[in-house]
Design a protein around this ligand. Structure first.
Ligand code: GRF
Length: 234
């Protein structure tokens, strides 16, 4: 059975689109039961409509408390058919969720953040990294816990940053990788291959941790991003 998922959006929904595309290509074994937006006019809702996916617009400003809003989301997601076997995917959802939400989907909520956590948490990950002058930034998919941009890390991808580049230059470079790593993380959950131990997420292959798999002797340059690149002799 496909993994039932709900996707939460607040904006353009390009990450939602990447999930839809991978499902339609047959590489991601999931079914989007519901898209929820907390913003009227979010383009993510247009994407849901275009693909015949059920959607709800729930405006947090209509609710007396964060908890009341979260309970409404929980009810909508449950009604749409995401039970305890499913997950909730926060794809550019610009709102902190409370224990009301996290308790309903324990260890079943994931988020994508456009920086290499724990660096540059918050709403301006790309610009904060660029302004700091880092040489490498990227994106992180993680399980959501009660602290913002904090839960156990599932996958990260790195991109180089050049002197003088600002957040607007970095954002699309990072977004391209978001569109690859987010569907991959969901597929690992669909295959029941992730195990959280303390805050370490283990990726399993054929029932064993990947680290125990026989490894080829791989040259560091094929798996490490060093930026600026190392020069001859190093
Ligand atoms: C992404 O960069 C995501 O990491 C961040 O917000 C952006 C959302 O983009 N949380 P989109 O709505 O998926 O296009």
């Amino acid at each position: 059975m496909s993994l039932p998922i709900a996707v939460l959006v607040s904006g353009s929904g390009s990450n939602l689109q990447s999930i839809i595309d991978r499902i339609e290509q047959g590489v991601l074994d999931a079914e989007i039961k519901l898209v929820v937006s907390n913003k009227a006019g979010a383009y993510g809702i247009e994407r849901a409509k275009r693909h015949g996916i059920p959607y709800r617009v729930l405006l947090h400003t209509d609710y007396p408390s964060r908890e009341a809003f979260d309970q409404e989301m929980v009810d909508a997601i449950r009604e749409a058919g995401v039970d305890e076997t499913g997950i909730v995917v926060m794809a550019g959802f610009m709102r902190i969720v409370t224990p009301v939400f996290l308790g309903a989907f324990e260890n079943r909520v994931i988020n994508i953040h456009p920086a290499l956590l724990p660096s540059f948490a918050g709403v301006n990950g790309q610009a904060d990294a660029a302004d700091y002058g880092v040489k490498i930034s990227g994106c992180t998919v993680h399980f959501v816990d009660e602290e913002m941009d904090h839960g156990p890390v599932i996958i990260q991808a790195a991109v180089p940053c050049q002197a003088g580049e600002d957040g607007d230059v970095l954002a699309p470079r990072i977004l391209k990788l978001e569109h690859r790593v987010f569907p991959q993380a969901i597929q690992w959950i669909a295959e029941n291959r992730l195990e959280i131990k303390d805050r370490h997420v283990e990726l399993r292959v054929a029932g064993r941790p990947c680290a125990e798999q026989p490894k080829a002797d791989i040259h560091p340059s094929t798996y490490a991003l060093v930026w600026p690149p190392l020069e001859k002799g190093f």
